[in-house]
Design a protein around this ligand. Structure first.
Ligand code: ADP
Length: 449
Protein backbone atom coordinates (compact mmCIF):
# COMPACT_ATOMS: atom_id res chain seq x y z
CA UNK A 1 0.00 0.00 0.00
CA UNK A 2 1.23 3.54 -0.78
CA UNK A 3 2.13 5.49 2.39
CA UNK A 4 1.42 9.18 3.04
CA UNK A 5 3.21 11.39 0.51
CA UNK A 6 6.00 13.76 1.54
CA UNK A 7 5.69 17.53 0.90
CA UNK A 8 7.64 18.55 -2.22
CA UNK A 9 10.03 21.51 -1.71
CA UNK A 10 10.07 22.50 -5.40
CA UNK A 11 6.35 23.33 -5.21
CA UNK A 12 6.69 25.79 -2.34
CA UNK A 13 10.17 27.09 -3.19
CA UNK A 14 8.88 30.13 -5.24
CA UNK A 15 6.52 31.04 -2.40
CA UNK A 16 9.39 30.83 0.11
CA UNK A 17 11.57 32.95 -2.19
CA UNK A 18 8.80 35.50 -2.46
CA UNK A 19 8.61 35.73 1.35
CA UNK A 20 12.40 35.96 1.55
CA UNK A 21 12.47 38.82 -1.04
CA UNK A 22 9.73 40.72 0.82
CA UNK A 23 11.63 40.17 4.10
CA UNK A 24 14.81 41.48 2.49
CA UNK A 25 13.03 44.61 1.15
CA UNK A 26 11.53 45.20 4.63
CA UNK A 27 15.02 44.87 6.14
CA UNK A 28 16.53 47.33 3.63
CA UNK A 29 13.67 49.80 4.23
CA UNK A 30 14.19 49.44 7.99
CA UNK A 31 17.92 50.06 7.75
CA UNK A 32 17.89 52.85 5.13
CA UNK A 33 14.78 54.75 6.26
CA UNK A 34 13.11 53.78 9.43
CA UNK A 35 12.71 50.49 11.37
CA UNK A 36 8.97 51.16 11.69
CA UNK A 37 8.60 51.56 7.91
CA UNK A 38 10.38 48.22 7.40
CA UNK A 39 8.11 46.54 9.94
CA UNK A 40 4.96 48.00 8.36
CA UNK A 41 6.10 46.90 4.94
CA UNK A 42 6.73 43.38 6.23
CA UNK A 43 3.34 43.14 7.98
CA UNK A 44 1.36 44.55 5.04
CA UNK A 45 3.13 42.50 2.35
CA UNK A 46 2.82 39.24 4.35
CA UNK A 47 -0.85 40.08 5.05
CA UNK A 48 -1.45 40.54 1.29
CA UNK A 49 0.27 37.23 0.55
CA UNK A 50 -1.76 35.47 3.25
CA UNK A 51 -5.01 36.96 1.93
CA UNK A 52 -4.08 35.78 -1.55
CA UNK A 53 -3.48 32.23 -0.33
CA UNK A 54 -6.73 32.28 1.64
CA UNK A 55 -8.59 33.41 -1.49
CA UNK A 56 -7.10 30.53 -3.53
CA UNK A 57 -7.85 28.07 -0.72
CA UNK A 58 -11.44 29.22 -0.70
CA UNK A 59 -11.58 28.93 -4.54
CA UNK A 60 -10.25 25.38 -4.24
CA UNK A 61 -12.83 24.54 -1.58
CA UNK A 62 -15.69 25.88 -3.73
CA UNK A 63 -14.43 23.97 -6.80
CA UNK A 64 -14.05 20.70 -4.88
CA UNK A 65 -17.72 20.90 -3.87
CA UNK A 66 -18.73 20.61 -7.54
CA UNK A 67 -15.66 19.65 -9.55
CA UNK A 68 -15.85 20.33 -13.27
CA UNK A 69 -13.26 20.70 -16.01
CA UNK A 70 -14.74 24.04 -17.12
CA UNK A 71 -14.46 25.69 -13.73
CA UNK A 72 -10.96 24.75 -12.58
CA UNK A 73 -9.66 28.01 -11.04
CA UNK A 74 -6.66 29.92 -12.44
CA UNK A 75 -3.83 30.84 -10.10
CA UNK A 76 -0.33 32.08 -9.88
CA UNK A 77 2.85 30.56 -8.44
CA UNK A 78 2.38 27.30 -6.58
CA UNK A 79 -1.41 27.59 -6.98
CA UNK A 80 -1.07 27.62 -10.76
CA UNK A 81 0.82 24.30 -10.53
CA UNK A 82 -1.77 22.85 -8.11
CA UNK A 83 -4.72 23.90 -10.31
CA UNK A 84 -3.06 22.56 -13.49
CA UNK A 85 -2.45 19.22 -11.81
CA UNK A 86 -6.01 19.16 -10.52
CA UNK A 87 -7.25 19.80 -14.06
CA UNK A 88 -5.16 16.93 -15.42
CA UNK A 89 -6.17 14.49 -12.68
CA UNK A 90 -9.83 15.37 -13.08
CA UNK A 91 -9.67 14.98 -16.86
CA UNK A 92 -7.94 11.57 -16.50
CA UNK A 93 -10.58 10.34 -14.05
CA UNK A 94 -13.39 11.58 -16.30
CA UNK A 95 -11.86 9.74 -19.27
CA UNK A 96 -11.51 6.61 -17.18
CA UNK A 97 -15.15 6.79 -16.06
CA UNK A 98 -16.34 7.32 -19.62
CA UNK A 99 -14.31 4.33 -20.83
CA UNK A 100 -15.73 2.25 -17.99
CA UNK A 101 -19.28 3.31 -18.83
CA UNK A 102 -18.64 2.57 -22.54
CA UNK A 103 -17.33 -0.90 -21.70
CA UNK A 104 -20.28 -1.59 -19.42
CA UNK A 105 -22.70 -0.42 -22.09
CA UNK A 106 -21.00 -2.59 -24.74
CA UNK A 107 -21.08 -5.57 -22.36
CA UNK A 108 -24.80 -5.06 -21.69
CA UNK A 109 -25.57 -4.65 -25.39
CA UNK A 110 -23.67 -7.91 -26.10
CA UNK A 111 -25.51 -9.77 -23.35
CA UNK A 112 -28.82 -8.32 -24.50
CA UNK A 113 -28.16 -9.62 -28.02
CA UNK A 114 -27.71 -13.22 -26.78
CA UNK A 115 -30.57 -15.60 -27.54
CA UNK A 116 -30.44 -16.78 -23.89
CA UNK A 117 -32.11 -15.02 -21.01
CA UNK A 118 -29.75 -13.86 -18.27
CA UNK A 119 -30.73 -12.81 -14.77
CA UNK A 120 -28.19 -11.69 -12.20
CA UNK A 121 -29.34 -12.52 -8.66
CA UNK A 122 -27.89 -12.14 -5.19
CA UNK A 123 -27.79 -14.72 -2.39
CA UNK A 124 -31.37 -13.83 -1.39
CA UNK A 125 -32.49 -14.54 -5.01
CA UNK A 126 -33.16 -10.81 -5.52
CA UNK A 127 -32.86 -9.56 -9.09
CA UNK A 128 -29.87 -7.29 -9.72
CA UNK A 129 -30.10 -7.16 -13.50
CA UNK A 130 -31.64 -9.05 -16.39
CA UNK A 131 -31.59 -8.88 -20.20
CA UNK A 132 -34.70 -8.40 -22.40
CA UNK A 133 -34.81 -12.13 -23.33
CA UNK A 134 -35.06 -13.06 -19.65
CA UNK A 135 -37.83 -10.44 -19.22
CA UNK A 136 -39.73 -12.11 -22.01
CA UNK A 137 -39.06 -15.69 -20.83
CA UNK A 138 -39.87 -15.21 -17.19
CA UNK A 139 -42.41 -12.37 -17.43
CA UNK A 140 -40.26 -10.03 -15.33
CA UNK A 141 -39.24 -6.40 -15.85
CA UNK A 142 -35.79 -4.95 -15.22
CA UNK A 143 -37.25 -1.53 -14.46
CA UNK A 144 -40.05 -2.64 -12.14
CA UNK A 145 -38.65 -5.80 -10.56
CA UNK A 146 -35.00 -5.02 -9.74
CA UNK A 147 -34.45 -5.80 -6.06
CA UNK A 148 -37.42 -8.21 -5.87
CA UNK A 149 -37.08 -11.92 -5.17
CA UNK A 150 -37.14 -13.89 -8.42
CA UNK A 151 -39.15 -16.73 -6.82
CA UNK A 152 -41.85 -14.23 -5.76
CA UNK A 153 -42.30 -13.25 -9.41
CA UNK A 154 -41.96 -16.67 -11.07
CA UNK A 155 -44.06 -18.84 -8.80
CA UNK A 156 -44.10 -22.17 -10.66
CA UNK A 157 -43.55 -24.79 -7.93
CA UNK A 158 -40.89 -26.68 -9.91
CA UNK A 159 -38.99 -23.41 -10.56
CA UNK A 160 -39.20 -22.33 -6.90
CA UNK A 161 -38.08 -25.80 -5.73
CA UNK A 162 -35.16 -25.73 -8.19
CA UNK A 163 -34.02 -22.22 -7.26
CA UNK A 164 -34.16 -22.92 -3.52
CA UNK A 165 -32.37 -26.27 -3.82
CA UNK A 166 -28.60 -26.23 -3.76
CA UNK A 167 -28.36 -28.68 -6.66
CA UNK A 168 -27.80 -27.08 -10.05
CA UNK A 169 -25.87 -29.90 -11.72
CA UNK A 170 -28.77 -30.55 -14.12
CA UNK A 171 -30.83 -27.81 -15.78
CA UNK A 172 -34.54 -27.61 -15.05
CA UNK A 173 -37.05 -27.77 -17.90
CA UNK A 174 -40.44 -26.27 -17.13
CA UNK A 175 -43.37 -24.45 -18.72
CA UNK A 176 -43.96 -21.04 -17.11
CA UNK A 177 -47.49 -20.48 -15.78
CA UNK A 178 -47.70 -17.16 -17.65
CA UNK A 179 -46.83 -18.82 -20.97
CA UNK A 180 -47.50 -22.59 -20.98
CA UNK A 181 -46.76 -22.82 -24.72
CA UNK A 182 -43.11 -22.09 -23.93
CA UNK A 183 -40.71 -24.77 -22.68
CA UNK A 184 -37.84 -23.21 -20.77
CA UNK A 185 -34.57 -24.73 -19.72
CA UNK A 186 -33.14 -23.01 -16.66
CA UNK A 187 -29.57 -23.33 -15.40
CA UNK A 188 -27.91 -21.59 -12.48
CA UNK A 189 -24.23 -20.64 -12.44
CA UNK A 190 -22.84 -19.61 -9.08
CA UNK A 191 -19.99 -17.23 -9.86
CA UNK A 192 -19.37 -15.39 -6.62
CA UNK A 193 -20.17 -16.67 -3.17
CA UNK A 194 -23.12 -14.33 -2.93
CA UNK A 195 -24.21 -14.03 -6.57
CA UNK A 196 -25.48 -16.27 -9.34
CA UNK A 197 -26.45 -16.07 -12.99
CA UNK A 198 -29.74 -17.64 -14.02
CA UNK A 199 -29.66 -18.70 -17.68
CA UNK A 200 -32.93 -19.37 -19.49
CA UNK A 201 -33.20 -21.00 -22.91
CA UNK A 202 -36.22 -21.56 -25.12
CA UNK A 203 -36.33 -25.33 -25.69
CA UNK A 204 -39.89 -25.51 -27.03
CA UNK A 205 -38.75 -26.91 -30.36
CA UNK A 206 -36.41 -29.52 -28.85
CA UNK A 207 -39.13 -30.52 -26.39
CA UNK A 208 -41.60 -30.91 -29.26
CA UNK A 209 -39.21 -33.19 -31.16
CA UNK A 210 -38.50 -35.07 -27.94
CA UNK A 211 -42.22 -35.50 -27.27
CA UNK A 212 -42.67 -36.81 -30.84
CA UNK A 213 -39.90 -39.31 -30.29
CA UNK A 214 -41.38 -40.35 -26.93
CA UNK A 215 -44.87 -40.73 -28.43
CA UNK A 216 -43.49 -42.73 -31.35
CA UNK A 217 -41.59 -45.15 -29.09
CA UNK A 218 -44.59 -45.44 -26.76
CA UNK A 219 -46.99 -46.12 -29.66
CA UNK A 220 -44.74 -48.69 -31.31
CA UNK A 221 -44.17 -50.43 -27.97
CA UNK A 222 -47.88 -50.41 -27.28
CA UNK A 223 -48.69 -51.84 -30.72
CA UNK A 224 -46.06 -54.58 -30.28
CA UNK A 225 -47.40 -55.61 -26.90
CA UNK A 226 -50.49 -57.53 -28.09
CA UNK A 227 -48.90 -59.54 -30.93
CA UNK A 228 -46.01 -60.41 -28.64
CA UNK A 229 -48.35 -61.63 -25.92
CA UNK A 230 -50.13 -63.82 -28.48
CA UNK A 231 -46.86 -65.25 -29.88
CA UNK A 232 -45.56 -65.86 -26.36
CA UNK A 233 -48.77 -67.54 -25.31
CA UNK A 234 -48.81 -69.93 -28.27
CA UNK A 235 -45.13 -70.76 -27.85
CA UNK A 236 -45.77 -71.64 -24.21
CA UNK A 237 -48.74 -73.80 -25.21
CA UNK A 238 -46.66 -75.59 -27.82
CA UNK A 239 -43.82 -76.21 -25.39
CA UNK A 240 -46.11 -77.41 -22.61
CA UNK A 241 -48.49 -79.49 -24.77
CA UNK A 242 -48.25 -83.10 -23.52
CA UNK A 243 -49.97 -84.49 -26.66
CA UNK A 244 -47.44 -83.03 -29.09
CA UNK A 245 -44.28 -85.09 -28.96
CA UNK A 246 -41.34 -83.21 -30.41
CA UNK A 247 -37.84 -84.10 -31.40
CA UNK A 248 -34.98 -82.45 -29.56
CA UNK A 249 -34.08 -80.02 -32.34
CA UNK A 250 -37.61 -78.70 -32.72
CA UNK A 251 -38.00 -78.30 -28.95
CA UNK A 252 -34.67 -76.45 -28.83
CA UNK A 253 -35.85 -74.09 -31.60
CA UNK A 254 -39.12 -73.48 -29.86
CA UNK A 255 -37.30 -72.79 -26.61
CA UNK A 256 -35.03 -70.27 -28.36
CA UNK A 257 -38.07 -68.56 -29.89
CA UNK A 258 -39.74 -68.48 -26.48
CA UNK A 259 -36.64 -66.97 -24.88
CA UNK A 260 -36.30 -64.29 -27.57
CA UNK A 261 -40.02 -63.48 -27.48
CA UNK A 262 -39.64 -63.12 -23.71
CA UNK A 263 -36.76 -60.71 -24.24
CA UNK A 264 -38.81 -58.66 -26.67
CA UNK A 265 -41.67 -58.62 -24.19
CA UNK A 266 -39.37 -57.30 -21.43
CA UNK A 267 -37.96 -54.73 -23.83
CA UNK A 268 -41.43 -53.50 -24.75
CA UNK A 269 -42.44 -53.35 -21.08
CA UNK A 270 -39.28 -51.39 -20.19
CA UNK A 271 -39.82 -48.98 -23.10
CA UNK A 272 -43.39 -48.37 -21.99
CA UNK A 273 -42.24 -47.84 -18.42
CA UNK A 274 -39.63 -45.30 -19.61
CA UNK A 275 -42.20 -43.37 -21.68
CA UNK A 276 -44.52 -43.24 -18.68
CA UNK A 277 -41.71 -41.96 -16.47
CA UNK A 278 -40.58 -39.41 -19.06
CA UNK A 279 -43.98 -37.88 -19.68
CA UNK A 280 -43.96 -34.97 -17.29
CA UNK A 281 -47.74 -34.89 -16.95
CA UNK A 282 -47.94 -37.77 -14.51
CA UNK A 283 -46.93 -36.51 -11.09
CA UNK A 284 -45.35 -38.87 -8.58
CA UNK A 285 -47.91 -40.75 -6.50
CA UNK A 286 -47.15 -39.78 -2.91
CA UNK A 287 -47.48 -42.98 -0.90
CA UNK A 288 -46.01 -44.09 2.40
CA UNK A 289 -43.55 -46.79 1.32
CA UNK A 290 -42.47 -49.24 4.03
CA UNK A 291 -38.80 -49.72 3.12
CA UNK A 292 -38.31 -52.66 5.50
CA UNK A 293 -41.09 -54.59 3.76
CA UNK A 294 -39.82 -53.55 0.32
CA UNK A 295 -36.29 -54.76 1.07
CA UNK A 296 -37.68 -58.07 2.36
CA UNK A 297 -39.68 -58.50 -0.86
CA UNK A 298 -36.70 -57.58 -3.06
CA UNK A 299 -34.44 -59.99 -1.20
CA UNK A 300 -36.95 -62.83 -1.65
CA UNK A 301 -37.22 -62.09 -5.36
CA UNK A 302 -33.44 -61.91 -5.61
CA UNK A 303 -33.20 -65.31 -3.94
CA UNK A 304 -35.49 -66.79 -6.61
CA UNK A 305 -33.53 -65.08 -9.38
CA UNK A 306 -30.17 -66.21 -8.02
CA UNK A 307 -31.28 -69.82 -7.60
CA UNK A 308 -29.08 -70.21 -4.55
CA UNK A 309 -25.90 -69.13 -6.39
CA UNK A 310 -25.25 -66.01 -4.28
CA UNK A 311 -25.13 -65.04 -0.65
CA UNK A 312 -27.92 -62.51 -0.01
CA UNK A 313 -28.52 -60.27 2.99
CA UNK A 314 -30.34 -57.05 3.84
CA UNK A 315 -30.60 -54.53 6.63
CA UNK A 316 -33.04 -51.67 6.89
CA UNK A 317 -33.63 -48.69 9.17
CA UNK A 318 -37.20 -48.25 10.35
CA UNK A 319 -37.83 -45.09 8.32
CA UNK A 320 -40.31 -45.09 5.43
CA UNK A 321 -40.21 -43.15 2.16
CA UNK A 322 -42.75 -40.77 0.65
CA UNK A 323 -43.08 -41.61 -3.04
CA UNK A 324 -44.46 -44.00 -5.63
CA UNK A 325 -44.22 -47.58 -4.37
CA UNK A 326 -44.39 -49.09 -7.87
CA UNK A 327 -41.74 -46.80 -9.31
CA UNK A 328 -39.33 -47.23 -6.39
CA UNK A 329 -39.88 -50.99 -6.45
CA UNK A 330 -39.09 -51.08 -10.15
CA UNK A 331 -35.94 -48.93 -9.75
CA UNK A 332 -34.58 -50.77 -6.72
CA UNK A 333 -35.57 -54.10 -8.32
CA UNK A 334 -33.46 -53.23 -11.37
CA UNK A 335 -30.43 -52.52 -9.17
CA UNK A 336 -30.89 -55.84 -7.37
CA UNK A 337 -31.39 -57.85 -10.56
CA UNK A 338 -28.27 -56.21 -12.07
CA UNK A 339 -26.26 -57.16 -8.97
CA UNK A 340 -27.27 -60.80 -9.43
CA UNK A 341 -26.74 -60.83 -13.20
CA UNK A 342 -23.28 -59.27 -12.97
CA UNK A 343 -22.01 -61.28 -9.99
CA UNK A 344 -20.61 -64.73 -10.70
CA UNK A 345 -21.86 -67.67 -8.65
CA UNK A 346 -20.44 -67.74 -5.14
CA UNK A 347 -20.46 -63.93 -4.80
CA UNK A 348 -22.53 -62.01 -2.29
CA UNK A 349 -25.05 -59.18 -2.52
CA UNK A 350 -26.15 -56.88 0.28
CA UNK A 351 -29.15 -54.55 0.29
CA UNK A 352 -29.08 -51.65 2.74
CA UNK A 353 -31.46 -48.86 3.71
CA UNK A 354 -29.93 -46.25 6.04
CA UNK A 355 -31.10 -42.84 7.15
CA UNK A 356 -29.09 -39.79 8.27
CA UNK A 357 -29.77 -36.05 8.74
CA UNK A 358 -29.18 -35.54 5.00
CA UNK A 359 -31.79 -38.10 3.92
CA UNK A 360 -32.04 -41.78 3.11
CA UNK A 361 -29.73 -44.07 1.15
CA UNK A 362 -30.77 -47.32 -0.51
CA UNK A 363 -27.74 -49.27 -1.66
CA UNK A 364 -27.03 -52.55 -3.39
CA UNK A 365 -23.50 -53.83 -2.93
CA UNK A 366 -22.18 -56.78 -4.89
CA UNK A 367 -18.88 -58.63 -5.20
CA UNK A 368 -19.36 -58.99 -8.96
CA UNK A 369 -17.40 -58.18 -12.10
CA UNK A 370 -17.31 -54.42 -11.41
CA UNK A 371 -17.20 -51.61 -13.98
CA UNK A 372 -14.19 -49.71 -15.36
CA UNK A 373 -14.28 -45.98 -14.50
CA UNK A 374 -14.59 -44.81 -18.13
CA UNK A 375 -18.02 -46.46 -18.42
CA UNK A 376 -19.51 -44.97 -15.26
CA UNK A 377 -20.69 -41.60 -16.66
CA UNK A 378 -22.64 -43.31 -19.50
CA UNK A 379 -24.21 -46.25 -17.67
CA UNK A 380 -27.63 -44.62 -17.24
CA UNK A 381 -27.97 -43.92 -20.99
CA UNK A 382 -30.50 -46.11 -22.79
CA UNK A 383 -28.97 -49.24 -24.27
CA UNK A 384 -25.50 -48.44 -22.95
CA UNK A 385 -23.87 -51.70 -21.92
CA UNK A 386 -20.30 -52.46 -20.92
CA UNK A 387 -20.55 -55.98 -22.29
CA UNK A 388 -23.42 -56.39 -24.76
CA UNK A 389 -23.35 -60.18 -24.94
CA UNK A 390 -23.29 -60.66 -21.17
CA UNK A 391 -26.21 -58.27 -20.82
CA UNK A 392 -28.21 -60.18 -23.45
CA UNK A 393 -27.29 -63.61 -22.11
CA UNK A 394 -28.54 -62.66 -18.69
CA UNK A 395 -31.81 -61.27 -20.07
CA UNK A 396 -30.90 -57.57 -19.90
CA UNK A 397 -32.72 -54.96 -21.96
CA UNK A 398 -30.13 -52.21 -21.60
CA UNK A 399 -32.82 -49.96 -20.13
CA UNK A 400 -32.64 -50.88 -16.43
CA UNK A 401 -30.40 -48.04 -15.26
CA UNK A 402 -32.21 -45.52 -17.50
CA UNK A 403 -35.40 -46.46 -15.64
CA UNK A 404 -33.56 -46.12 -12.31
CA UNK A 405 -32.33 -42.64 -13.29
CA UNK A 406 -35.80 -41.44 -14.27
CA UNK A 407 -37.50 -42.80 -11.18
CA UNK A 408 -34.89 -41.17 -8.97
CA UNK A 409 -35.16 -37.87 -10.86
CA UNK A 410 -38.90 -37.88 -10.25
CA UNK A 411 -38.20 -38.37 -6.54
CA UNK A 412 -35.51 -35.62 -6.43
CA UNK A 413 -33.00 -38.37 -5.67
CA UNK A 414 -29.58 -39.13 -7.15
CA UNK A 415 -27.67 -42.25 -8.08
CA UNK A 416 -24.02 -42.80 -7.25
CA UNK A 417 -21.97 -45.73 -8.49
CA UNK A 418 -18.88 -46.96 -6.72
CA UNK A 419 -17.15 -49.73 -8.59
CA UNK A 420 -13.85 -51.50 -9.06
CA UNK A 421 -13.37 -53.94 -11.92
CA UNK A 422 -12.99 -57.43 -10.55
CA UNK A 423 -14.02 -56.45 -7.03
CA UNK A 424 -17.67 -55.45 -7.25
CA UNK A 425 -19.95 -52.43 -7.31
CA UNK A 426 -22.16 -50.40 -5.00
CA UNK A 427 -25.13 -48.58 -6.50
CA UNK A 428 -26.66 -46.06 -4.08
CA UNK A 429 -29.90 -44.10 -4.46
CA UNK A 430 -29.78 -40.96 -2.29
CA UNK A 431 -33.25 -39.73 -1.34
CA UNK A 432 -33.68 -36.19 0.00
CA UNK A 433 -34.61 -35.68 3.66
CA UNK A 434 -38.04 -34.35 2.62
CA UNK A 435 -38.90 -37.80 1.23
CA UNK A 436 -37.90 -39.70 4.37
CA UNK A 437 -40.52 -40.37 7.05
CA UNK A 438 -38.80 -41.18 10.34
CA UNK A 439 -40.45 -43.57 12.76
CA UNK A 440 -40.89 -40.72 15.28
CA UNK A 441 -42.70 -38.68 12.59
CA UNK A 442 -45.00 -41.62 11.81
CA UNK A 443 -45.81 -42.08 15.50
CA UNK A 444 -46.49 -38.34 15.90
CA UNK A 445 -48.73 -38.33 12.79
CA UNK A 446 -50.63 -41.38 14.04
CA UNK A 447 -51.12 -39.77 17.47
CA UNK A 448 -52.41 -36.56 15.86
CA UNK A 449 -55.11 -38.44 13.96
P1 ADP B 1 -28.74 -54.20 -18.78
O1 ADP B 1 -30.09 -54.64 -19.06
O2 ADP B 1 -27.78 -54.37 -19.91
O3 ADP B 1 -28.22 -54.75 -17.49
P2 ADP B 1 -28.75 -51.68 -17.39
O4 ADP B 1 -29.19 -50.35 -17.85
O5 ADP B 1 -29.43 -52.26 -16.20
O6 ADP B 1 -28.86 -52.62 -18.64
O7 ADP B 1 -27.21 -51.60 -17.09
C1 ADP B 1 -26.35 -51.01 -18.03
C2 ADP B 1 -24.98 -51.65 -17.99
O8 ADP B 1 -24.35 -51.34 -16.73
C3 ADP B 1 -25.01 -53.15 -18.04
O9 ADP B 1 -25.06 -53.61 -19.35
C4 ADP B 1 -23.72 -53.52 -17.34
O10 ADP B 1 -22.66 -53.47 -18.26
C5 ADP B 1 -23.52 -52.42 -16.32
N1 ADP B 1 -23.95 -52.81 -14.96
C6 ADP B 1 -25.12 -52.50 -14.36
N2 ADP B 1 -25.15 -53.00 -13.10
C7 ADP B 1 -23.97 -53.61 -12.89
C8 ADP B 1 -23.37 -54.31 -11.78
N3 ADP B 1 -24.01 -54.45 -10.63
N4 ADP B 1 -22.13 -54.80 -11.94
C9 ADP B 1 -21.47 -54.64 -13.12
N5 ADP B 1 -21.96 -54.00 -14.20
C10 ADP B 1 -23.19 -53.49 -14.09
Amino acid sequence: MAGPQKPRLTLILPALLRVAVLGAIALVLGIVFDAKLGLWFAVISLGVLLALHMAYLSLLGVWLERPSLDTVPQGFGAWATVFTRLYKAHRASQLFERRLADNEERFRRTISALPEGIVLIDAALQIEWCNPVAEQHLGISLRADTGLRLTNLVRDPSFVAYMTSAHFEQPLVFRPLNNPALALSVAVIEFESARSIVLTRDVTQTERVDAMRRDFVANVSHELRTPLTVVNGFLETLLDAPDAPMDGVRRHHLQLMHEQAGRMHRLVEDLLMLSRLESQESAVVEEDVDMGALLRELTNEARALSGGKHGLSYEADAAHVRGSRDELRSAFGNLVSNAIRYTPAGGSIELRWTVSDQGGAFSVQDTGIGIAPEHLPRLTERFYRVDKSRSRETGGTGLGLAIVKHVLLRHQARLTIDSQPGHGSTFTAWLPRARVILQSERTAAAAAQ
